[in-house]
Design a protein around this ligand. Structure first.
Ligand SMILES: *Cc1c(COP(=O)(O)O)cnc(C)c1O
Length: 377
């Protein structure tokens, strides 16, 4: 009997048991303990960002970005429509207005050539979402941001240990955000990090994470009693999650190597179908180093939903995303129409994401390819 092939199997290969036992000895379970510090140090060492703050989700990190940049009602933030809802929602919570720019068909990342036209006097920031863990073309984005004095935020939720021209993603913009949700390469159930490269934002970020208090200064004996100094919220990650996460981070490179092997297998096997113009494979530009978060295909015709159904009947779970944010009920109700986003509209209807997780065998990958080949005939 053929076995189910799920879309994702969250990694649990790292040895987190010892870390969890350690928690009891440390007698510290809330945020900001030893494991939080260890994870933050790991992130600083490996991503080369100036500061890394562990938080409870990438969504929380994005909300902190909006608070840090003092986003006010009517402020505009440029981003792709082809992204997860939190990229926009975090700013909308502060009254910000998402301004959507179309994506490139090669990477499904924001098209730098279309950003400048979207800038107005109200624009505050550009968000570069590194889709599938493949870098946006950052140099032109940074150039535009500098010219118009805009902040750059990297939504690197999917992009841990990927890089752009040798620079780790999350270390390039003023701010970067990571996700450790179970669906991501490295996870702790729910978790995230805010990466900070702009020195002016570090102190304020720590206060915002700590409910708007100067608790950090208190912990370091800089003040006698901590108190309310700013707006903020409770964004920290519990030590229970951080202990689990630290075990994963310690194995991050080997986890990602395994994913890259699978990614490369798919890529080779789908070469012919791309050559016959039956579909398009993902494209990794020379400036980008990939972390194999997603393997996707873009079909030529609107047969994606049928293919997902067909594969499901063969016990293989494949997914698609995103419903572009400019076509969502919430956006249509609250905002005026967005510019036309042809690539976003087209690709969101034709993309299919294939199973990818360490442990997915070559044999299964071949079976998936053969079934797709069969379907397209
Ligand atoms: C997963 C994801 C998020 C949200 O991450 P959480 O940790 O679940 O909040 C945000 N942006 C992108 C691009 C993502 O893929």
């Amino acid at each position: 009997m053929v076995k189910n092939i799920p879309f994702n199997v969250a990694t649990t290969s790292a040895n987190y048991n010892n870390n969890l036992l350690r928690l009891k000895k440390n007698n510290h379970f809330s945020s900001n303990g030893q494991f939080t510090k260890k994870c933050e140090q790991w992130l600083k060492n490996n991503i080369k960002c100036k500061e890394a703050l562990l938080v409870h989700s990438c969504t929380a990190a994005l909300e902190m970005c909006a608070l840090l940049l003092n986003i006010k009602a009517g402020d505009e933030i440029i981003m792709p429509s082809y992204t997860f809802v939190s990229t926009a929602n975090a700013f909308v919570l502060r009254g910000g207005v998402p301004i959507f720019v179309d994506i490139e068909t090669e990477t499904l990342n924001i098209d730098p050539n279309k950003i400048e036209k979207a800038i107005t006097k109200k624009t505050k920031a550009i968000i570069a979402v590194h889709y599938a863990g493949v870098s946006c073309d950052m140099d032109p984005i940074l150039k535009i941001a500098k010219r118009y004095k805009l902040y750059v935020i990297e939504d690197a939720a999917q992009a841990i240990l990927s890089s752009y021209k040798g620079r780790p993603l999350g270390s390039i913009g003023d701010l970067g955000t990571l996700s450790f949700h179970e669906s991501k390469n490295i996870h702790c159930g729910e978790g995230g990090a805010l990466l900070i490269n702009n020195n002016k934002l570090i102190k304020k970020a720590k206060i915002i994470r700590d409910k708007g208090t100067n608790r950090e200064a208190f912990n370091n004996n800089f003040v006698k009693k901590y108190t309310w100094v700013s707006i903020g919220s409770s964004y920290g990650l519990s030590e229970i999650n951080a202990a689990f996460l630290y075990a994963q981070l310690s194995k991050a490179k080997s986890i990602i190597e395994k994913r890259i092997e699978i990614w490369n297998n798919y890529h080779l096997l789908f070469y012919e179908l791309e050559n016959e113009k039956k579909l398009a494979r993902p494209n990794i530009p020379i400036y980008a180093k990939n972390n194999a978060h997603i393997y996707y295909l873009v079909l030529r015709k609107n047969i994606r939903d049928k293919l997902i159904k067909y594969l499901k009947s063969k016990k293989i779970i494949t997914l698609f995303h995103y419903i572009p944010l400019h076509t969502s009920p919430f956006f249509k109700k609250h905002y005026k129409k967005n510019n036309i986003l042809n690539n976003t509209d087209g690709i969101s209807k034709k993309i299919i994401r294939l199973p990818i997780y360490p442990g997915l065998s070559k044999k299964k990958i071949l079976r998936i390819r053969n079934l797709i080949l069969n379907f397209l005939k």
